[in-house]
Design a protein around this ligand. Sequence first.
Ligand SMILES: Nc1ncnc2c1ncn2[C@@H]1O[C@H](COP(=O)(O)OP(=O)(O)O)[C@@H](O)[C@H]1O
Ligand SMILES: [Mg+2]
Length: 524
Amino acid sequence: MAEAARSEEPYNQAFAPSAQSANGEEGVGATDLALKALKERPKFTIRMQVYLTVVLSLVIFFSIAMALLVTTYMIEDKVRLLEISNSYLFEIQQARRFEKNYFLYGTNLADALENIYAAKRILLESSDRLKGAMDNDSLAAILSHLAQYEGLLEKLENIELNPKADDYFWKKRDAEVEVRKHGQEMVSFAQDLMLKEKATLDRMIVLSRRVHIYSFAFLFLFFVFNTYFLGRRISRPLRRFVSYAERIATGDYTPIMPARRYRDEFSNLAVSINFMIRELERRHEILVQTHKLRAIGTLTAGVAHELNNPINNISLTAHMFLEDYKSLPDEERLEMINDIIGEVARTKKIVRNLLDFARESESSMQSLDLGNVIKDTLALAGNQIAISGIHVDLSIMPNLPRVYGDGRQLEQVFLNLILNAIDVTPKGGRIQILVIPADEPNYLAVKVTDYGPGIPDHILRSIFDPFFTTKSKGTGLGLSICQGIVAKHGGHISVSTKVGSGTTFVVQLPATAFPADLKHVTST
Ligand SMILES: Nc1ncnc2c1ncn2[C@@H]1O[C@H](COP(=O)(O)OP(=O)(O)O)[C@@H](O)[C@H]1O
Ligand SMILES: [Mg+2]
């Protein structure tokens, strides 16, 4: 599993589109890329893993059962063999006892032979089993011992038939020596063999016990590991998806990238969520545009007022020009026409400014001077500020590094903050705007401070929520949109406020001329 975790890296690096996801149009491209990456991996679903586990468990289980069966069978065989050898040994020992009686008292020779025949029968009846369980040499040795002993006993019987013979005594003595020798060998060989077989049986029982213990231990470990890994395969992605949901809720619409080597049920979930993200992003764009139009509505009064001056000037100059046309010297005529051209240029600029801001344009990321962005924003809101009789303290620290972003979107962020500040600032009041390096290294900060009523705690909790507003004509979208845009730029927005003293909103953006390392590019 640790292996799989490491292998996540290449996917992240290959597909994580940090720059693309920072803007709308290419963000859709990022979704497609994510979908492709999600679908392209080899398939190994959780269901497949469960099936595989079951099949593997069965195979292991049956192998163990077979092994146990075989060892039990082998032990049973050995026990049978020992039983046979035991009866055999009993018979030949009995034969020897009678043999002794015969030599001592001259009785029981027939009984000894009887026992030998019985021993022979035992061997013959179990010959198949013996052949399987014993090596051929041992079996042959036993048989030959038995045959020799039997032969000798029969020979004695023959001698007994003729006790009157001259050589009876000598023959009997010779035979006795041989019988004793062979009888001894026969019994001790059989005893040795039996001892050996007993030792083998002991070893087999120990082995069988080991097979039992080891195989059940193995089966147990197999189940434990498998349950553990299966659990991890399910719980880990669940945890990841919880974090995805949380991040999407904050407005981070970066698509989900593959986190694992294999495609499974969670990949389908990721695909669906990516579709949802794309749809959410689209709707979010519409909201942003709606809110922008609303801000433009607010600005229109100021712009109309601002347009009034140049138009009045144009009108005045044109009338003078018409009335005094004949009496005017050439230079003055020229001057008046230049005046008119200048004023027209001013009106054009005012209108273009507003149109530029209003236009629904594709996002374009570039290196920007943050001070200039603030100045452009103030130009847009300039008349609103003038009408409200508010004074803006602007201070921009010189020689600041640049930021990488979409100028128009950032203008929207600062305009929202400035309009909110204007809303709470009484006529003749003051707003302060600072552009400085942030406390966090490699970040720039824009601080917009008002000296209005501040925000009480119970409201503060909700100000970034979409549609939360305390104003009769508010949309409640301003701050939520600010947050979204700033997050897309890899920055963050925070607020500090004191009831009765005022509020400061701080926007922090990464200082870089290159695509921001967006923190939220999530692919884990
Ligand atoms: N500078 C501020 N001073 C006090 N309250 C503020 C300030 N900025 C925002 N708020 C509060 O946050 C709420 C949400 O602001 P916003 O999202 O911009 O929506 P809207 O301006 O449409 O109400 C406002 O209604 C207001 O109550
Ligand atoms: Mg607002």
